[in-house]
Design a protein around this ligand. Sequence first.
Ligand code: WT7
Length: 658
Amino acid sequence: MDDRNGWGRDRPVPAGSPHSPPDSFVEGANVSDPGIYEEFAERWPDCWERAADLLSWDVPYETVLEDDCAPFYRWFADGELNASYNCIDRHLEAGRKTHAAIRWEGKHGERETYTYQDLSVAVNEVAAALRDLGVAADDVVTIYLPMIPELPIAMLACARIGAPHSVVFAGLSSDALATRMDAADSEYLITCDGYYRRGDAFNQKSKADNARLSLEADVQTVVVDRLGDDLPHVLGENEYDYHDLRGEFAGRAVEPVSRGAEDMLFLMYTSGTTGEPKGVVHTTGGYLAHVAWTSRAVLDVEPADTYWCAADIGWITGHSYIVYGPLALGTTTVIYEGTPDYPDRDRLWEIVDRNAVDVFYTAPTAIRAFMKWGEKYPERHDLSSLRLLGTVGEPISPRPWEWYREHVGGGECPIVDTWWQTETGAVILSTLPGIDEMKPGAAGPALPGIEAGVVDETGADVDPGEAGYLVLSKPWPGMARTLYDGDDRFRAEYWEQFSDPNADEWRYFSGDTACLDGDGYVTVLGRVDDVITVSGRRLSTMEIESAITDVEGIAEAAVVGGSDDRGDTEIHAYVSTESGYDPDATVREAVVGSLESAIGPVATPDEVVFTPELPKTRSGKIMRRLLEDVANGEELEDTSALRNPEIVGEIQAERDGR
Ligand code: WT7
């Protein structure tokens, strides 16, 4: 960092006290030999054969890595395989037809189990139907479905015929759908009539119709009838009923198409720092190898497990760790539609209990909500089947980490805090649960075969405990290969900042800031755009938030930069308390006290606004930008993409009322 007063220079990494994985876990862990770090370092890049060998290849690869066109790396490039074959057929051939592949928990308590055989039948029929509609290899199929089994089935059907899918999160608007279809030149869409949000039927097809109106291409559209009589719909031109199509192709088998390892498996749009969404391109061989390997080594998934990642398949977490990773390993993956507080706040624990879930993976935002609701909800259920917990998506501070371990993990389960991104495809930083000590608050070291660093603006390594930019100095198999809209943007967004092309030295910039400790554990501080400068000092909003949530009784906090009359930046904290704690003067003092002791008086907030909830996107990310507008008295942008749009007005009223 350029300025000596930069944030966190002399402070130790704020991790909690370490925990070792219990012997009972280590004994049964998939990976428990600490020698794996050295083995991967010595055999790099060939070490990644360990991952690729978890897959079945139609044509075996000979070269592991081709780096002559860096940063456009190619992994296992001369090999060929099919992702749907790897996730389905090979398990049937291994005699596991009747093993449960998917357990679906619907919003209204509906339950469905798909064995690997059932999944095979469905995927083959849908693949045959898509082909009949004209879908050829390399045609992008857009999927705009909620969390119903038809979503992974559609993805695997695309993979079977070599058509890349582009899943658009069901909660996004018709404009967002249109932009993504247009950018990907996608002429095929799989959607549904609607779905239930809380108790109500919500019309998805009208959103899809609006999107199609603004597109030039004639879009062939497959519609899943999710709501039946609750929301009658009529099909128009170029529209086909999903179940009718399955009936028409009942029993049809479709040969999986052999794909080059570097052929595109899917596109996933993610928002960038600038307006246009980025179409992140993932390929077949490296991606599948990396997600299968990390599902095994980090999430410790075994075929006999019931494994549950409570994310949405519309984001990368769900692609990698609900669909491709677990199914490649032949395990049972739980898919749940709904929200953790409907019909009651013990919905998740009821599902864990009833399905005897072994491994559970969720996000800090959910964990903070559980903590806020209180331990009585997990305590109502038998959670003793759980042997490993995971978290992903944001930094988790020590208090919710400990709460998760204590009240969900029975004080025993190891926790993996996995850092990765849409662009990395699969987990990059995490402890290996059968080997490493866990430090609450720190994600962990780079996985074997991954090289992470924390550097200053000039690209020089910073000392342990100092904040800097998180970079990855070696390629990895699951990495994005490019952006659909262009190689130049790919280079500019991720590679230009810290690479030296003349020396052919390439480093990937994550866009995150972080600290390393002396053991190589990384504490992720937040996005570079989450840094605020107060009185000439740079502060990470995440770090301030972590100090606030360390206070007893605080559930969640979001910190943004507001401006005072003179235009100087002030710290504004929006805070929600746990049930049973009133947001009174004592709590307010404790917040200020915690900030002063954790960071210093420079971090004293100018405003602390209590609110029952923070505004969040549907994927659970706190909308700090909106709070920034509130803090600055600015006109608010459209809030319709929020999970809880009504909260913004309440926060404004609370702030203005004081
Ligand atoms: C950003 C990527 C990876 C799937 C979900 C999000 C943040 C992710 C962690 C973690 C601290 C984390 C980073 C990253 N993030 N995991 N364990 N600790 N921060 O995917 O939408 O591409 O977001 O999420 O800031 O850059 P994404």
